[in-house]
Design a binder for this molecule. Structure first.
Ligand code: FAD
Length: 391
């Protein structure tokens, strides 16, 4: 039987980026996806590359996010060179608008918080903001400029990544549903996909929000996955607009929503955060929320044509931080749970996974994302419950 160096479960931006790095090291890689690779959350994303935390929960992610943003230019250049395709990477910054009555105070708070995290941000007057983006509407009470932020077009990135993988001779198998891992004692020796056994020295689990659902009900895998890869889906709805009256150069956003310019005058507007399980439907309420925020940011969009609507499932985790690192089954690396930041975090995730597979060492600072943290927490919680009961 052929033995691959690495078998990767999931052909989204995470699995594909890892495959890209490993193939550069001349490893023999197979990438398995139960559907078409690149059509999951990675296809649905807005493509903002922003290391600014969107909540206090996301603070531990900031160093990793900043590192990944620094890697981005080289990462896309390598993909574009290998594939001959463009990813529409643009480092044009972002404008954050504050529409509430306390707009200026909110802006000053954000400026202080992001500067403390060493993220570039400047307060700007509304006149200056409108000189940068004349579509900004009257609701804005204050503005801030984030010059370090960038964007990429996720669908083009996925097309280019997959073409680059073919160029680097990665074997891509679509419609290939992985259902279990192969074991010899505590060591993983491959996996089962579509009933076929595939032997591999390493297995990478990168199945996005489906990572926790790999095993059959009541299987050993299921128990293991709920400990090491407890992902859940969080729906995000999106829509695309086209208007001759609104031309954006860069990301415009507020606490309520965002607008991201794309090629050909297309503007992507998002999004919702919904805990509705594995349901990818687009709803009237979701569209209304996004359109309200979009039209508040740029009122001329009220006459825009809605050219597309869609929804995707973000891979979230119990602490909403990614899961990155070796599991307690030898030769398995987990790279999932990137929640709202998988496009941004793809380059650094790929580098961490590659380094672990080549040297079995984890980057300093990545230990907090270990798949074992959930099991350790369970032990801590049950120990403290036991201590409380004994006291
Ligand atoms: C609306 C929305 C907006 C977003 N905006 C941004 C943004 O602006 N910036 C940003 O950085 N991130 C953003 N994200 C988040 C980002 O899209 C995700 O974090 C990222 O795409 C996750 O990538 P992934 O490869 O882990 O998952 P996915 O892209 O979902 O890929 C997982 C793949 O695994 C496959 N798979 C699942 N189970 C199996 C199995 N058993 N066997 C084989 N294959 C399997 C699936 O078919 C799928 O192709 C957004 C997400 C959404 C939904």
């Amino acid at each position: 039987m052929k033995v691959f160096d690495v078998a990767i479960i999931g052909g989204g931006v995470i699995g594909s980026s890892i495959a890209f790095e490993l193939a550069a090291e001349k490893l023999n890689v197979v990438l398995l996806d139960r559907e078409e690779p690149g059509r999951g959350a990675s296809w649905a994303a807005a493509g903002m590359l922003s290391p600014a935390p969107d909540s206090p929960d996301a603070l531990p992610l900031v160093p990793l996010a900043k590192h990944s943003l620094k890697l981005y230019r080289k990462f896309v250049a390598a993909i574009e060179e290998a594939s001959g395709l463009h990813t529409h990477f643009a480092s044009d910054g972002a404008l954050q608008l504050f529409p509430g009555p306390q707009g200026e105070a909110e802006r000053d708070k954000m400026v202080a918080e992001l500067r403390a995290l060493d993220i570039a941000i400047e307060p700007v007057s509304l006149d200056d903001a409108r000189r940068m983006e004349n579509a900004i509407g009257p609701a804005a009470r204050a503005a801030a400029w984030l010059p370090g932020e960038a964007t990429v077009e996720p669908r083009l990135l996925m097309d280019a990544l997959l073409a680059a993988l073919r160029h680097r001779e990665v074997e891509i198998r679509s419609g290939c549903h992985v259902t279990s891992l192969l074991h010899q004692a505590t060591r993983c020796t491959g996996l089962v996909a579509g009933g076929e056994e595939i032997a591999a020295n390493f297995v990478v689990l990168a199945a996005g929000c489906y990572s926790s659902t790999l095993g059959a009900e009541n299987s050993i895998e299921n128990d293991w996955l709920s400990r090491c890869a407890p992902t859940r889906p969080v729906r995000g709805q999106m829509l695309a607009l086209h208007s001759d009256k609104v031309i954006l150069q860069r990301v415009l956003r507020s606490e309520r929503g965002y607008l991201v310019p794309r090629l050909g005058g297309r503007i992507v507007a998002g999004s919702t955060l919904e805990e509705v399980g594995f349901d990818k439907r687009v709803t009237a309420g979701g569209m209304r929320k996004i359109l309200d925020a979009a039209i508040e940011l740029a009122p001329n969009l009220s006459g825009a044509e809605i050219v597309e609507t869609w929804a995707g499932l973000r891979p979230a985790t119990p602490d909403n931080l990614p899961i990155l690192g070796p599991a307690d089954i030898e030769n398995v690396f987990i790279a999932t749970g990137h929640y709202r930041n998988g496009i941004l975090l793809a380059p650094v995730t790929a580098k961490i996974a590659r380094d672990w597979i080549l040297t079995k060492s984890m980057a300093a600072g990545a230990a907090i994302f270990s798949p074992l943290r959930f099991a350790e927490r369970d032990v801590q919680v049950s120990n403290s419950k036991r201590n409380a009961a004994n006291s």
